[in-house]
Design a protein around this ligand. Structure first.
Ligand code: BG6
Length: 512
């Protein structure tokens, strides 16, 4: 709870989704809004206006929405709640790119809606459209007084990717800041809405056990992993332009890194948290821009096999160049060059079409000297703190203890907190949290422009490195652990990747 949240909850809401017939809206936004409305987290005075280019009336849009919500809701649906929910949906056909005058019509319509039914409503625009449409839509919303600069009740949520490099991100940002004040802009990184990522601050700053040790004196290294079994699927054209660096590293992975490494903020208000995240991102050591591969491994998946099924190589995916040099995998040794983290490597790895889907942060603590000198302690592993983001949500702490019995024998034991089991997997999805926070006017779960600027700067420092590695693409089989060079890199540092499978999954949890 933060200042003003109680009052903010009382506001009516006019949510306008550009891209109302698109995949994101049907898979994520409508189910998220359904849950928020059913749980009464949003005002009952809510209208959701889905804007799309296709001709369609309210009734057929509502019928499609019912199908998508039933398919993608995290809990299944309650028919009565669903009927209540779809009554809040409206569809509006609008050529929002080709016909500028359509904005004037939308304005009159919204003003009427607001005057008659939703006085004093928050106007929340969600741009679930192709990235090239972000700037023109924001400009037109501004020019047509649909979103007035400086009006805190008028807000815009913008999906990623925010630009395709530092220069295009700057130019998009310039357009946006001409139209809106920073406090009206909610740049989405959906990882910030994930429960266990939100939990990072709670774990760090809510436990006297961890925070005093959270530095180079006690931590040996940190590993951030985000792997997926999915390949580029039907997004080949987009992925060719982005690759793993722009698709995952510049945003989701660096956001996790900044939350793990930032200093404690003075309070939990959005600007205080974001100030600290920016400082961490500014401290990231850049890579020399050309040719130097030390600390970076890139990969691209080739053909593979999974459960007897043949997997296509990246170069065989739809809309992908048959000699593409786009990386689908990265392993990285990063350094946050400041007093807290000097000398602590932060290993990051992420990739598509790997052997499993896992997002996890492992903090490896230094070994105590006793571990080296007591014969009984020989070979004992380091303490590990594992924050599992998905597929299971939880926290695991690996310690060493005595095995029961007469002999003084040590063994590794696990303290395990399975959030998935405790809450039966019934936790809000990222988009629920993001929409709710934007409605309440709290921007801590959204990225501020300077965070993006430093993230792009880091991404660009890697973009042109390792040209030789790309000559050997594809360099890992689909369905495998990724390129062998990633193991070599960490082995040469005298370390290993931790492959931790939490004992609990959402469906089957036996606490050991
Ligand atoms: C998106 C990327 O931002 O995040 C996708 O564009 C990726 O390529 C996805 O698959 C991963 O998100 P999640 O929530 O499935 O981990």
């Amino acid at each position: 709870m933060y200042q003003g949240e109680e009052q903010a909850k009382e506001n009516a809401l006019l949510m306008i989704i550009f891209g109302g017939t698109g995949d994101l809206t049907h898979r994520k936004l409508l189910p998220a809004l359904y849950h928020l409305m059913s749980e009464k987290s949003l005002s009952q005075e809510t209208s959701i206006i889905c804007v799309g280019r296709r001709p369609m009336d309210d009734e057929s849009y509502r019928a499609d929405a019912r199908t998508s919500i039933a398919k993608f809701s995290r809990t299944g649906v309650d028919e009565a709640h669903l009927s209540d929910f779809v009554a809040h949906l409206r569809y509006r056909q609008m050529a929002f790119i080709d016909d500028q005058s359509s904005y004037g019509d939308l304005r009159s319509w919204l003003e009427e809606e607001e005057r008659l039914y939703r006085p004093g409503a928050v106007r929340l625009y969600f741009l679930a459209v192709a990235p090239e449409h972000f700037a023109p839509i924001v400009q037109r919303l501004h020019n047509n007084h649909l979103c007035d600069r400086g009006d805190p009740m008028h807000r815009v949520m913008i999906e990623k990717p925010f630009g395709s490099n530092l220069q295009t991100a700057r130019s998009l940002n310039n357009t946006i800041t001409e139209a809106l004040e920073e406090k009206q802009v909610y740049r989405i990184d959906h990882y910030l809405g994930k429960e266990m990522i939100r939990n990072i601050m709670a774990i760090r700053f809510g436990n006297s056990l961890f925070e005093p040790l959270w530095n180079h004196n006690y931590i040996d290294n940190i590993q951030i992993t985000s792997t997926e079994t999915l390949g580029a699927e039907n997004r080949g054209a987009y992925y060719e332009q982005s690759g793993i660096l722009k698709d995952m590293l510049q945003n989701h992975l660096l956001q996790m890194l900044s939350l793990i490494t930032m200093e404690p903020p003075v309070d939990l208000m959005p600007e205080s948290v974001r100030d600290e995240k920016v400082k961490a991102l500014r401290s990231l050591r850049l890579f020399p821009s050309e040719g130097e591969c030390d600390g970076i491994v890139l990969g691209q998946y080739g053909q593979g096999e999974e459960g007897g099924k043949q997997l296509r190589a990246y170069r065989e995916e739809e809309a992908v160049d048959p000699v593409s040099l786009t990386p689908t995998y990265i392993a990285l040794r990063a350094h946050v060059d400041n007093f807290r983290w000097g000398g602590v490597p932060i290993y990051i790895r992420a990739g598509k079409r790997l052997d499993r889907s896992l997002t996890q942060i492992v903090v490896e603590f230094k070994r105590l000297p006793g571990i080296n000198y007591y014969k009984e302690f020989e070979g004992l592993p380091a303490n590990l703190l594992v924050i599992e983001v998905q597929p299971a949500e939880g926290l695991y702490f690996q310690i060493n203890a005595k095995r029961p019995g007469n002999a003084f024998q040590m063994e590794r034991v696990e303290l395990n907190y399975s959030q998935s089991a405790r809450y039966h997997g019934n936790v809000p999805e990222a988009y629920e949290q993001l929409i709710l926070e934007a409605f309440l006017g709290n921007s801590s779960l959204f990225t501020r422009w300077d965070e993006l600027e430093y993230s792009w700067r880091f991404e660009e420092s890697i973009e042109n490195t390792c040209p030789k590695q790309r000559q050997h693409f594809p360099n890992y089989a689909g369905g495998s652990r990724g390129p062998e060079a990633a193991d070599r890199m960490i082995r040469e540092d005298g370390r290993r990747w931790w492959e931790i499978e939490l004992p609990c999954s959402a469906s089957d949890c036996k606490i050991k």
